[in-house]
Design a protein around this ligand. Structure first.
Ligand SMILES: Cc1cc2nc3c(=O)[nH]c(=O)nc-3n(C[C@H](O)[C@H](O)[C@H](O)COP(=O)(O)OP(=O)(O)OC[C@H]3O[C@@H](n4cnc5c(N)ncnc54)[C@H](O)[C@@H]3O)c2cc1C
Length: 296
């Protein structure tokens, strides 16, 4: 990033292979959309600005993923199979989907750093511990066609540009570079899409100097997604940066948990909950009489 204490005036690019090859690009507005691992806080500090504080809620989820060859004529009564975690006691999740080349992609996850192993036999043993047998039964007879790969950068992070006393002119941040959610909730793309809409609206008003107003508007838009993911993860015992829940939220948590448990064996309910958690439907639908009847 280039500029000074008052404003960001462009970016300095370094060639990824030849570090000596550099060029400076001037810009009226620099948008940090570089995702969860953004370095913008360091770059801002290097030119004399404050870095935003970061709200972090980390329940220590680790994934392992591999691909398996399906035999010709393989059939299942699902396209995607998801076995969800349930704090505080059920730490494991499993995800299966049929992908190209007649393969199945299989992901296992474990919270509180109970990460699935990267060795096939142990991976299968981990799958056997899921609360439901269909994941294990699907992959056990199949031949692996890839090594198992791990992913562990799953903390919920909210970079609080909205609270900076001074936001530089000429610089804003959006998407995962501001709000990176635990991937297990499948909300990141929608939340980043919402960021882009806030940016579109802000640009159309032509008030580019008020970058602080942008970050405040963005915060308002994305905070509910952060709360949803972070509060769910806060249900685990060994979570770092737990968000506390009020009485109403605890009540709601209990209700949600009953719905989620029921959804393991009720595909209509499972679809309804997926639509709400993926932000396609409003959370108000959780209180539809049809939902309440599911628990009777
Ligand atoms: C394992 C995993 C599973 C996920 N599953 C889901 C899901 O099922 N559903 C869902 O909605 N979301 C999911 N997400 C989250 C989703 O991928 C992100 O929320 C979304 O991609 C964020 O978009 P973004 O454009 O802000 O950042 P990104 O998609 O991360 O894009 C940032 C881009 O910037 C580039 N970049 C970084 N630094 C620099 C630099 N210095 N210079 C130039 N370029 C740079 C990166 O290479 C990258 O291409 C998942 C995330 C992970 C990690």
């Amino acid at each position: 990033m280039v500029g000074g204490a008052a404003a960001v005036t462009g970016v300095q690019c370094t060639h990824s292979q030849n570090k000596r090859e550099q060029k400076t690009i001037s810009a009226d507005l620099v948008v940090d959309a570089s995702g969860r691992s953004t370095n913008a806080a360091d770059w801002l500090q290097q030119i004399g600005h404050s870095a935003p504080s970061v709200d972090v809620v980390n329940a220590g989820l680790g994934y392992a993923t591999g691909r398996y060859q399906l035999p010709d004529g393989w059939q299942a009564d699902w396209k995607v199979l998801l076995i969800g975690h349930a704090p505080p006691h059920n730490h494991r999740l499993g995800y299966l989907a049929k992908v190209e080349n007649n393969e199945l992609i299989a992901t296992l996850g474990g919270y509180e750093n109970r990460c699935p192993p990267l060795e096939q036999k142990a991976f299968l043993a981990f799958a056997q511990q899921l609360p439901e047998a269909s994941f294990y039964n699907a992959i056990e007879p199949l031949t692996p066609v890839s090594p198992l790969k791990a992913y562990r950068s799953t903390a919920n992070k909210l970079r609080r540009y909205d609270t900076l006393k001074q936001m530089p002119i000429g610089f804003i941040a959006i998407g995962d570079a501001v709000c990176a959610l635990c991937p297990a909730y499948g909300q990141g793309l929608t939340t980043s899409g919402l960021s882009a809409l806030v940016l579109q609206d802000w640009l159309s008003k032509n008030e580019l100097t008020d970058t602080r107003a942008f970050q405040k508007k963005l915060f308002k838009k994305i905070k509910p997604s952060f709360d949803m993911a972070a509060k769910s993860d806060s249900g685990f015992v060994n979570v770092k940066g737990r968000l506390s829940k009020g009485r109403f939220e605890r009540l709601m948590g209990g209700y949600m948990q009953r719905l989620i448990t029921k959804s393991h064996t009720d595909s209509e309910l499972s679809l309804a909950i997926a639509k709400i958690s993926h932000m396609v439907d409003s959370p108000i639908k959780l209180f539809h009489p049809k939902m309440l009847l599911k628990l009777t």
